[in-house]
Write a protein that binds this ligand. Structure first.
Ligand code: ADP
Ligand code: G6P
Length: 467
């Protein structure tokens, strides 16, 4: 088996006991890498006065990790800047929040070149190189320029935006052109792939070849869909650990016979948290019978706190939570438990198990792994109900969930009401196919499908170079 060199900005190898709020990418990659010999390279999360290009290597939970520090200016311009003030909002359809600043793009290109310089000595000719996410789109081009000739794949963990949005980005074509240095470019859903292809054909004058490959900028690539999954059997096993059981019992004791609605997210404007709170408030306002027999637990772990819109969102959510609890709480009942701290993964699993409703309503999300974790944590004999936004990539796979429009508080309140009153037979009927797909379309299947497609795409390239 060839070695796999995985490269992403964020590197965290999560363990059951970890409190680190890692995000979907890190959760998936750690699980994917454990099976392959290989290295996971990325940013240490630390900044230094001047970039040195030094690598520190260590083993973490069965994975070889190689990390490099970034310069303070890199963190500002590349991570806080181009990645999280430009690409993240734009790709999540928030061009009202998108900052277009030339220094951000310069920092982005600089860090991608630095990543390439630093990781290049780790790459052997037989290695498969797999680059992840919006931070590192130009890395493939930089690696090719440094003589990497083997299979080179890219996976985008967030949505690909509609062509009409992407054209608002200065130097949009250069960003798309950079993707044509890879052999294979992967997306979570058909929707994101279609948007990418539409840009290539209509903005960049590309064509689809008879074998389905895309040709543009004088190069040919394969672009395809690989829906990511979770490490499902591991998540299910985690439910049996004493810590998970303790976490579940702790929540259950506090229920006092009430039912719990749960949401778990990074504190991010793409997750629809404000809209979710307002929908829950609408439920309390319009369905008096649920007052006092329900409460909502929202865990929202702070994320990207140096970026303005994240600070604003936090303040808005604090105010909204105060309004809801101020308006409806009683001496012995708090309708919204709003928590900003991180929990361990095994504890989270136990809390999912204790919740009758998983309320997961992003305004836009590449996939959303929490939806899959909620399902994996349910008791098959008495499962809870998943209420899921139609704008999460996961909605395309999880059709048996109650699918909602997160922009409509009425629709979300209706779905909550329906979930809270659904009989056991319907809950099981919906749960069984969801659980089946979470267990089978798991992270190992995602990794293997991508790596096999990468092998094939690189072979086709080599053959066409020879011809
Ligand atoms: P994103 O990648 O945008 O953060 P996902 O839903 O795809 O969203 O993935 C989030 C991942 O981070 C999930 O595996 C989830 O369990 C984990 N996570 C979210 N909040 C916490 C938390 N408070 N503590 C531990 N893990 C968390
Ligand atoms: C999403 C992104 C990842 C990112 C994660 C956490 O999952 O797709 O690339 O790592 O959020 O965000 P952070 O900025 O903390 O790495």
């Amino acid at each position: 088996m060839n070695r796999l060199i995985v490269i992403s900005n964020r590197v965290t190898v999560p363990k059951a006991r970890d409190k680190a709020q890692a995000g979907g990418l890190a959760m998936a990659l750690a699980a994917a890498l454990r099976e392959y010999r290989g290295v996971w390279f990325g940013w240490s999360g630390k900044s230094v006065p001047q970039f040195t290009g030094q690598i520190s290597m260590h083993q973490s939970n069965g994975v070889t990790v190689a990390l490099t520090d970034l310069e303070e200016a890199d963190v500002q311009e590349y991570y806080n800047g181009y990645a999280n003030k430009t690409l993240w909002p734009l790709f999540h359809y928030r061009n009202d929040l998108t900052a277009y600043d030339r220094s951000f793009n310069l920092g982005y290109q600089r860090v991608n070149a630095r990543f390439a310089d630093t990781v290049r000595p780790l790459i052997d000719p037989d290695d498969f190189v797999w680059v992840h996410d919006y931070h590192l789109i130009p890395l493939g081009r930089e690696l090719r320029q440094r003589g990497v000739k083997g299979p080179l794949g890219f996976f985008l963990h967030i949505p690909w935006p509609a062509r009409q949005l992407l054209v608002t980005l200065p130097r949009d074509r250069a960003l798309v052109e950079a993707l044509f240095s890879y052999d294979l470019v992967g997306f979570h859903t058909e929707e994101w792939l279609d948007a990418f292809v539409a840009y290539v054909l209509r903005e960049a004058g590309g064509t689809v070849l008879p074998d389905g490959r895309l040709s543009c900028f004088g190069r040919t690539i394969r672009a395809a869909v690989f829906p990511i999954g979770i490490d499902a059997s591991n998540f299910v096993d985690m439910l049996q650990t004493p810590d998970s059981i303790r976490a579940r019992e702790r929540v259950e004791r506090s229920l006092n016979g009430r039912r719990m609605i749960i949401g778990v997210d990074r504190l991010d404007y793409s997750k629809g948290l404000e809209e979710r709170f307002v929908a829950y408030e609408h439920l309390l306002a319009t369905r008096v019978r649920h007052r006092r027999d329900v409460f909502m637990l929202q865990i929202a772990t702070p994320s990207r706190g140096d970026v303005g819109p994240y600070q604003n969102l936090r303040a808005k959510l604090d105010a909204l939570a105060g309004r809801i609890n101020g308006g409806y709480a009683d001496v012995d009942w708090v309708p919204l438990r709003y928590v900003n701290r991180a929990y361990r993964r095994d504890e989270l699993a136990g809390m999912f198990r204790a919740a009758q409703v998983g309320f997961i309503t992003p305004l836009r999300d590449g996939m959303n792994l929490v939806a899959k974790e909620y399902i994996a944590a349910q008791d098959p004999e008495d499962p809870g109900v998943l209420v899921l936004s139609r704008f999460a990539g996961a909605a395309l796979q999880m059709k048996e969930a109650l699918i909602v429009n997160p922009f409509s508080r009425e629709e979300m309140a209706d779905a909550l009401d329906r979930a809270l009153t659904m009989d056991l037979a319907e809950r099981k009927r919906r749960f069984e196919p969801l659980m089946h797909s979470v267990m089978t379309e798991d992270v190992a299947a995602w990794r293997d499908n991508f790596v096999n497609a990468l092998r094939e795409a690189a072979e086709v390239r080599v053959q066409s170079e020879v011809a």
